[in-house]
Design a protein around this ligand. Structure first.
Ligand SMILES: [Fe+2]
Ligand SMILES: [Fe+2]
Length: 483
């Protein structure tokens, strides 16, 4: 049984949370709106703000048909507050309150913890928009240009979703946090975003595709865990955000897939079989597969850091409290309390990576990371490795060991190669460029980044997509650059 509220499009802020009946909240959000728009104009996509972009806008929260496509100028995009329908009689699915009715208000004893979870999630949303703001200048096609803008407006809507929770449920603290979400800035020395990977640059389109494949996938895992929350408004918010997240990962998996496809095709045409014949392959104006692999190593390892320490009291507390669950919690067959259970955790012992049984509650970050690795691995196989084998090119992308290139957790203190073998500092320095993109690799990728803005045309280093957005033909004008 679900109770569905129609989306109200009449006011400034489209919503299905009954904003018109809550004047105090509506005023707070309307006060925040101009700051958000100012943030969008100054830190969102650079240029293109007055161009018509073929975007989808959410007009309902039903699984089928929630999106409407049409041309819109990005600053006029109808960001809104959309919650998935309430599930009648929902109970807290895990932790010490398991089985009690889900909370509709913030449980006082967990207020600070809950606010922190919402702020950390909320901070990632505007961060990625900031990271991607320069990409329009070098888009490989109008199709891709439209896709980055779609991702950007939806991340901004996710920011709206978190700001709604802060403003509605956390009073004055919540309003301050909402301001701070616009004040922090990706990569800023004095006021950086909260998490490391969200302060890295996204200098080119390969980085963008890798980011949406690997880092938006972390977003998916986090949203899944939060969508299990006993705090029902958070659960419903994240459930709807997940429907949008799927498109972001599609952009990444198909984006890198198209780069691989193009490289393989160019190698075949030129009669090059050896993927390591890098100079000749680069002369064809395509990105060699080893460089793509190194980029994957980089983005994968940076993203693993987002899962935090393998053993974490915060994660245990949030689970125990019923605030943040596990990936697909409702499909796991155990007691959903975890007090007496264990989980295998990778540890460093006497210079070796070992698997130890740890308390399941404090190993929740490790578990979410394991679920993430499995999910990413299957995406790599299905979208990338299959493209190479289809083309008959003998090369595969293998995600590195979790000990590789880490800055947080058990392996931050050591250097390891992609197989998880430990390296001395000197060895690491000597071999680093075998595993991670070198300055030279990055300069080569940068040299390919020339914009292609003619409808239906694509840069030479990327294959066209198999089908258009919303069933549009290949030469569709996804972004109107003139008039
Ligand atoms: Fe998001
Ligand atoms: Fe996303």
């Amino acid at each position: 049984m679900t109770d569905t509220i129609a989306v109200d499009y009449d006011g400034l802020i489209p919503n299905n949370v009954g904003l018109s009946a809550d004047p105090r909240l509506r005023r707070a959000l309307e006060n925040w709106y101009p700051s958000c728009l100012d943030w969008w104009r100054t830190r969102g996509p650079e240029g293109f703000q007055d161009n018509l972009v073929y975007l989808r806008t959410a007009v309902s929260v039903e699984p089928e048909g929630w999106a409407k496509f049409g041309y819109v100028k990005m600053p006029d995009y109808r960001w809104g507050i959309l919650l998935a329908p309430a599930v009648e009689g929902r109970t807290i699915p895990f932790g010490q309150h398991k089985g009690e009715p889900a909370w509709q208000e913030v449980p006082g004893e967990y207020r600070a913890m809950l606010r922190r979870l919402i702020v950390v999630q909320g901070d990632t949303e505007p961060a990625s928009v900031e990271q991607q703001r320069h990409l329009g200048a070098t888009a490989p096609s109008l199709y891709d240009l439209r896709n980055v803008f779609q991702v950007n407006v939806e991340e901004a809507r996710h920011l709206w979703a978190m700001v709604y929770l802060l403003q509605k449920y956390f009073g004055r603290d919540g309003r301050e946090e909402a301001e701070d979400l616009l004040r922090r800035r990706s990569g800023d020395r004095d006021s950086p975003r909260l998490l490391g990977a969200f302060n890295e640059a996204t200098p080119d389109w390969l980085a963008f595709f890798m980011f949406t494949f690997f880092t938006d996938r972390d977003g998916k895992m986090q949203l899944h865990a939060l969508s299990q929350s006993g705090f029902d408004p958070l659960s419903r918010t994240c459930r709807f955000m997940l429907t949008e997240e799927a498109h972001h990962m599609f952009v990444g998996q198909s984006g890198v897939g198209r780069v691989i496809e193009r490289t393989c095709a160019a190698m075949r045409e030129a009669g090059i079989d050896d993927p390591h014949d890098i100079a000749r392959i680069r002369d064809l104006g395509v990105i060699d597969l080893p460089t793509i692999h190194k980029r994957a190593n980089l983005h994968f390892s940076l993203t693993l850091d987002l899962f935090g320490n393998e053993i974490s009291t915060n994660a245990a507390n949030a689970y125990n409290a019923g605030l943040k669950g596990r990936y697909l919690e409702d499909q796991i067959d155990d007691d959903h309390r975890l007090v007496d259970l264990t989980y295998p955790v990778l540890r460093l012992r006497d210079g070796l990576v070992m698997r130890d049984a740890g308390p399941a509650l404090s190993a929740l970050n490790m578990r979410l990371r394991d679920d993430y690795v499995a999910d990413a691995q299957s995406g790599v196989e299905r979208w990338w490795n299959r493209a190479m084998s289809r083309a008959g090119i003998d090369f595969r992308i293998r995600l590195p060991h979790v000990a590789f290139h880490r800055h947080i957790g058990e392996f931050a203190a050591i250097h390891a190669d992609p197989d998880g073998n430990m390296l001395s500092e000197a060895e690491w320095q000597r071999r680093r460029d075998e595993f991670l993109p070198s300055a030279d690799d990055n300069a080569f990728v940068a040299s390919l980044m020339q914009p292609v803005y003619d409808p239906g045309k694509f840069a030479g280093w990327i294959a066209p997509p198999r089908s258009g957005i919303d069933g549009k033909p290949g030469d569709f004008e996804y972004v109107k650059l003139h008039g």
